[in-house]
Design a protein around this ligand. Structure first.
Ligand code: NAD
Length: 411
């Protein structure tokens, strides 16, 4: 009988593993509440219509034929009997579960948005982790403009509705603020000329720097660039409470908003929290340098839900992708009784889009910024997109945006 591999998740790590796993003589089953892979580095562009949602996703069933797929959530794990308890993604919590048995388990469930337990964040903010989030942001932006354009909106209410606040100055927050700026100056300015002077974009960052993981010259450049673009950046400004129409700062200040995007990093998914494994201080599963969970034969973890004991890697798409590729190759060796080499992370640099056809590129030898870095950013992601279909759709979207502008209808 073929060995049974169960893969949890359809993000970067899982997807790369599945693409590599064709060579493995095994029966592979994927369990995930999402039946597609999302190319998250380009997700911010879909919030404002630079790119269409379907251009940055790839169906698992189409991309990985021959792999069994369950649209379901893994709820608990019994490592003794090698059994996963799962619930269909359409079923409510508490509905009748089903079991999935494995010989090898690959946990690649990613992470969820971190709210640091701050009251009101879950209820009132929008996140940017998935296509569903991006769609909600796009709808909300247009809702704010249409509400502000109604004759009954008073001056104070109009100003509130037209205030777009981003919390968190990491790459997610910065790239969303940049895309929002582009939408505002290219399309919204023409479509709502009477409202344009009242629109504000504000980025709130608790630390002393935005893009703090990047080279200092690039984070300083981004700050200057944002200020030139009239994106208000407030550093050392931590949000401590959120209400439906306003948020509250640690220093006692209050900020009214129309649309609030929350991008303060990652927290462990509920399934990861439930696992009886050793974790790092961020709640990620500790793995050895073969991505194996120590003392748990046949269980591997990778991507944002895992942390290496000896050689920490960043919680990024490129790290997860390298781990998925490694595990696909290493398991093929293991099943042929050949030794698995350890995983080695190769840092390829970091890129970010900062708006107005400008980018930053933090590479080991070069620190690029401006228009050339923007072109580099686009060309790297174009080559990294996972299918020819994605590549063609993304190029067409960029061309469509350039020629016709972004679509502003609220569907
Ligand atoms: P992050 O952890 O990189 O940044 C979150 C920011 O939020 C921090 O600067 C933190 O100081 C701030 N913050 C936390 N609590 C706050 C509060 N209460 N008020 C105000 N600010 C607060 O998170 P991210 O940007 O979501 O990125 C997550 C991961 O994904 C990172 O590893 C990142 O490198 C990666 N990523 C990379 C790219 C890219 O390479 N272009 C794009 C998006 C995400």
């Amino acid at each position: 009988m073929k060995t049974r591999i169960v893969v949890l998740g359809t993000g970067f790590g899982a997807f790369r593993f599945l693409k590599e796993a064709g060579r493995i003589p095994a029966e592979i089953t994927v369990v995930s509440p999402r039946n597609h892979f999302v190319f998250t580095p380009l997700l911010a562009g879909t919030t404002v219509g630079t790119l269409e949602f379907r251009s940055v996703i790839e169906s698992i069933r189409t991309a990985c034929p021959g792999t069994a797929f369950h649209l379901a959530v893994a709820e608990s794990l019994d490592p003794e009997t090698k059994t996963l308890r799962c619930r269909g993604a359409f079923e409510p919590p508490g509905a009748e579960p089903f079991d999935s048995h494995y010989d090898t388990l690959i946990i690649a469930v990613g992470a969820v948005p971190h709210d640091f337990g701050i009251p009101g964040v879950r209820e009132h903010s929008l996140f940017l982790k998935d296509v569903r989030d991006a769609r909600a942001i796009r709808q909300k932006i247009l809702e704010c403009f249409e509400r502000a354009a109604l004759p009954k909106a008073g001056e104070e209410e109009r100003k509130r509705l037209l205030h777009f606040v981003v919390v968190g100055g990491g790459p997610t927050g910065v790239e969303f603020a940049a895309e929002m700026h582009d939408l505002l100056h290219a399309e919204l300015r023409r479509a709502y000329p009477e409202l344009f002077p009242e629109v504000r974009i504000t980025l709130l960052e608790a630390g002393k720097q935005i893009l703090s993981a990047y080279d200092g010259t690039l984070s300083a450049y981004t700050l200057r660039h944002f200020r030139r673009q009239e994106i208000e950046v407030r550093m050392e400004t931590a949000v401590v409470r959120v209400e439906e129409r306003r948020l509250f700062l640690k220093d006692g200040g209050e900020i009214p908003y129309g649309c609030l995007v929350w991008a303060t990093g990652n927290a462990p998914a509920p399934f990861v929290k439930s696992l009886p494994f050793d974790k790092d201080p961020h709640g990620r599963i500790l793995v050895d340098d073969h991505l194996s969970v120590p003392g748990r034969e046949g269980i591997f973890a990778l991507g944002d839900c895992a942390a290496s004991i000896k050689n920490p890697v960043p919680a990024t798409a490129q790290a997860a992708e390298q781990q998925g590729l490694y595990l696909g190759r290493a398991l093929a060796k293991r099943l042929r009784n050949r030794p698995m080499p350890p995983f080695r992370y190769r840092h390829q640099g970091m890129l970010a889009y900062i708006g107005g056809h400008s980018g930053v590129a933090d590479l080991s030898k070069v620190k690029g910024r401006g228009f050339l870095a923007f072109l580099f950013w686009r060309s790297v992601y174009l080559t990294k997109l996972v299918s020819l279909r994605n590549k063609i759709l993304v190029v067409l979207d960029w061309a469509r945006t350039r020629i016709f502008g972004r679509e502003l209808s609220r569907l």
